[in-house]
Write a protein that binds this ligand. Structure first.
Ligand SMILES: NC(=O)c1ccc[n+]([C@@H]2O[C@H](COP(=O)([O-])OP(=O)(O)OC[C@H]3O[C@@H](n4cnc5c(N)ncnc54)[C@H](OP(=O)(O)O)[C@@H]3O)[C@@H](O)[C@H]2O)c1
Length: 333
């Protein structure tokens, strides 16, 4: 193997923050025992924040960002992984405090790695990536209502930030589970795509941005919220009795201004989702469910593939809500 590889490197010196594609060698890696040839990484909202200014998540520079990747093991200091294994990493603070996936070579701790099920290609593993993994966690949270209510079925669900990575995959998975999905988006031109993913109704984001009623009309058995702020507050106030709201994102706002009334009058449950530090056992379970719940053919239509140089131009668009679907980084491109 050639010891040199290309990666995006972030640097900070005083007020000056830089990002550039550089050629590195393996001495860059200070931790980890499994070396991986990265095939694909993905652009997630958190990556865009980190590429912008480190987002107070990066503690040491120079740093390689990229919170998820898929690839092939090339050297392993752990007996659970051998050369040639196809593996995926999401979260585990890779790309934040550990070097990440915007790199042709990565080196990580073995406990971060999940073997990709045989029926899923390395490209498809990143078509999901952190976004799809998080969507699955949200979908399982909503489905849990059926167990909590002893078999009463979930019918109507709402997805906010629906054209984004997490949102669009959530729309597809929830409709595959048989639910009536209403998709909230600020992008009218994504309406047809959201319908092909399975959305029954597409709703205008503006209708969720006003001051919420203390208790609105109960419309949703479950909500996947990727944006926070007043949109989440409106969704909570419109949730039916014993509904579950899975809150995973803050693309609009980190604040949540609500009242206790939906919780104490309707028994609404606000279920926080963290995809980063959950156990390896749960990560393996989620990946084992992918082939029965994900239609990659549908997702492919809204996947854009870029190289490292193109990534540096496209990430600001994500911060301005100008992107949709998944953006994959091809490390061989
Ligand atoms: N908890 C976790 O473990 C976890 C894991 C992954 C992601 N996340 C979070 O989930 C969120 C979505 O991530 P992503 O990768 O899917 O990002 P993304 O692809 O950029 O999607 C975010 C979507 O939110 C909507 N949006 C953006 N800015 C907005 C604004 N100012 N007001 C209202 N809506 C806005 C847009 O959808 P529309 O135009 O369709 O409305 C956008 O496409 C992020 O906050 C991310 O940090 C959390």
């Amino acid at each position: 193997m050639n010891d040199k590889f290309k990666a995006i490197v972030l640097n900070q010196s005083g007020e000056k923050f830089t990002r550039e594609v550089k050629t590195l060698d393996k001495s860059f890696f200070k931790t980890g025992e499994v070396l991986i040839k990265v095939d694909y990484s993905g652009l997630n909202y958190k990556d865009a924040l980190i590429l912008n200014n480190g987002a107070k998540l990066v503690k040491e520079y120079p740093h390689i960002p990229g919170v998820d990747f898929s690839g092939k093991v090339i050297e392993s200091g752990n007996s659970n992984f051998k050369s040639g294994d196809n593996v995926v990493v999401t979260g585990c603070r890779v790309g934040e405090i550990y070097p990440g996936g915007f790199s042709q070579i990565a080196k990580v701790k073995s406990e971060f790695l999940i073997k990709i099920p045989k029926e899923i290609s390395n490209k498809n593993a990143m078509t999901l990536g952190t976004a799809g993994f998080t969507s699955l966690l949200c979908a399982f949270a909503i489905k849990a209502r059926e167990e909590l209510l002893l078999g009463e079925k979930v019918k109507d669900v709402l997805v906010t930030g629906a054209s984004g990575g997490v949102g669009s995959i959530a729309v597809m998975i929830l409709s595959k589970l048989g639910y009536n999905v209403s998709a909230v988006t600020g992008k009218k031109d994504q309406s047809d795509y959201l319908k092909t993913l399975g959305a029954k109704h597409v709703l205008d984001r503006k209708d969720f941005e006003g001051e919420p009623r203390v208790l609105g009309k109960g419309l949703w058995d479950g909500v996947v919220d990727t944006v926070g702020g007043s949109i989440l507050a409106n969704a909570i106030s419109q949730t039916k009795h014993s509904g579950i709201v899975a809150a995973c994102g803050n693309a609009a706002n980190i604040k949540l201004n609500t009242t206790v009334m939906p919780f104490i009058i309707r028994g609404v449950k606000l279920w926080g989702i963290d995809s980063v530090t959950i156990s390896k056992q749960r990560r393996e379970f989620v990946w084992s469910q992918v082939s029965s719940l994900v239609d990659f053919k549908l997702l492919e239509k809204n996947v854009k593939v870029v190289n490292l140089e193109e990534l540096l131009n496209i990430f600001p668009e994500m911060l301005n809500s100008k992107t949709s679907g998944r953006i994959l980084v091809d490390l061989n491109k």
